[in-house]
Design a protein around this ligand. Structure first.
Ligand code: EPU
Length: 428
């Protein structure tokens, strides 16, 4: 068990390089199954969710060769298994993308049913709606979900909810279905476009990704390709918030500024100055932090994954801010930890009212999930004194080399082994 020990209170200054997008990578890796050949995937983030996806591919018979820290060659020609081992698929929620990819290539797939998680219920009814519309039958047995079809046929699907996962899964299943599929009311996140671009590089015919309607003409066969994943919008946003809250000055490199606009516009209103370049941004703050009203929405709205980080920022604003969570039912679980740092936040259901305070006080804290964990790290960076953040496995699912990157900006952060508690020691 490890934790971060952070001596906060210093402005972050310097340059940081953003890694590839986690939520694109966890879809693109399963999608390599559709190639039935060799793909070289570049700009993969070196995080545990990526390792988990690669472990699943290897266990299913893919040949994986490491080219460098961020590049893998994945040969899916010899995969014959259509079932993802239960213990592997339960390591990460996004293993549901193996359903769409295996169904698309082999006409059948079995994956562990994803459970609820720290953000509240996470149903997959819209994923299944798309599979069934394309001609698949679904069934659940012993916690495993199976989908199967003799021949997938293109169809029109209107999603009841805008869902990133269902949009991607439907694309994976439809690319080799016979005829045309039209997906309506789809998600428009940058990683939706990235997955569509990757599918097209493998020979698919997907049009309209990034708009409300995606049209897919089924192709008979796909093939391998070389593809570079887009930069991670949320990792970039996290460093933007860290620079802003500490009153620092950070050049954030390897980003697509357009993807960051929903975040940039709110941070500017909060008092940050942001200079945009071709593939980098400079973020700094000299004046006070101003309060904001934010509602999280599907892209191009303000991303839910930035919500905990913005809450932390607004704890130090001069006035009252309101944050409404528009996507997940239960995404304010980190607020108790911030309260222990002296933050003044009232949560009622999906709404948090934040009264700005003069300062955050250092405290020991526990990360409840990935983005909540990143938010606590940022809070600790802003607090004068020594804080600790526990349960960092959540953070390492999605932030590559966070300790090294923050140290490069002058932060005093280290990852330390937690001594085993009395009972654990007795059991050893
Ligand atoms: N929903 C349904 N039925 C479905 C699917 C979704 O009702 O079949 C609902 C959800 O309950 C939620 C909303 O639709 O209220 C949006 O869920 P979505 O399917 O878009 O989320 P997801 O695909 O499960 C991805 C990201 C999340 C991010 C959300 C929203 C991945 C692996 N995960 O989840 O990222 O919060 O989109 O943008 O892409 C994170 O990175 O920390 C993270 C949680």
């Amino acid at each position: 068990m490890e934790k971060f020990v952070i001596h906060g209170g210093k402005p972050l200054v310097g340059e940081v390089e953003i890694s590839g997008a986690k939520n694109a990578a966890v879809a693109i890796l399963p999608a390599t199954i559709l190639a039935g050949g060799k793909c070289v995937i570049e700009n993969l983030p070196n995080i545990s969710d990526v390792s988990a996806s690669v472990d699943i591919l290897s266990a299913m018979g893919a040949h994986v060769r490491v080219i460098n820290k961020h590049t893998l060659e994945i040969d899916t020609a010899h995969i014959t298994a259509t079932s993802v081992p239960n213990e592997l698929s339960r390591q990460m929620r996004a293993s549901y993308y193996f359903l769409g990819a295996l169904l698309g290539r082999f006409g059948k797939a079995t994956v562990a049913m994803p459970g609820g998680c720290n953000l509240g219920p996470r149903p997959i009814d819209q994923h299944l709606k798309a599979f069934v519309a394309l001609g698949a039958k679904d069934s659940v047995e012993y916690g495993m979900i199976s989908v199967e079809s003799d021949s997938l046929r293109g169809e029109d699907v209107f999603f009841d909810t805008v869902s990133v996962g269902a949009t991607i899964n439907a694309m994976l299943a439809a690319v080799m279905a016979e005829g045309q599929t039209v997906l309506e009311n789809v998600a428009k996140e940058p990683h939706i476009v990235d997955v569509a671009n990757f599918l097209n590089m493998m020979g698919a015919d997907v049009r309209g990704a990034g708009t409300d309607v995606i049209k897919i003409r089924g192709v008979k066969q796909m093939h391998g390709c070389t593809y570079s994943i887009i930069p991670d919008q949320i990792e970039a946003g996290s460093y933007m918030v860290a620079a802003t809250i500490t009153g620092g000055n950070v050049l954030i490199k390897n980003v697509i500024p357009k993807h960051l606009e929903p975040i940039t516009s709110k941070l500017e209103k909060a008092g940050a100055t942001i200079e945009e370049f071709d593939d980098s941004l400079r973020v700094y703050r000299t004046g006070d932090l101003e309060p904001l009203n934010i509602k999280t929405m599907p892209h191009p709205g303000f991303p839910t994954d930035m919500q905990p980080l913005m809450t932390v920022l607004l704890t130090l604003a001069k006035g009252t801010s309101i944050i409404t969570e528009g996507i997940w039912e239960n995404r304010f679980r980190y607020v108790d930890e911030l309260t222990r740092m002296g933050a003044n936040i009232q949560v009622d259901g999906r709404v948090a009212v934040i009264e700005g305070v003069q300062e955050l006080l250092p405290a020991p804290m526990r990360a409840a999930d990935l983005r909540a964990g990143a938010a606590l790290v940022v809070a600790a960076l802003a607090a004068n004194g020594v804080s600790e953040v526990d349960e960092i496995c959540h953070i390492e699912r999605g932030y590559e080399d966070i300790v090294e990157k923050l140290r490069g900006l002058g932060a005093d952060i280290k990852r330390v082994e937690k001594p085993a508690g009395v009972l654990r020691q007795a059991a050893l």
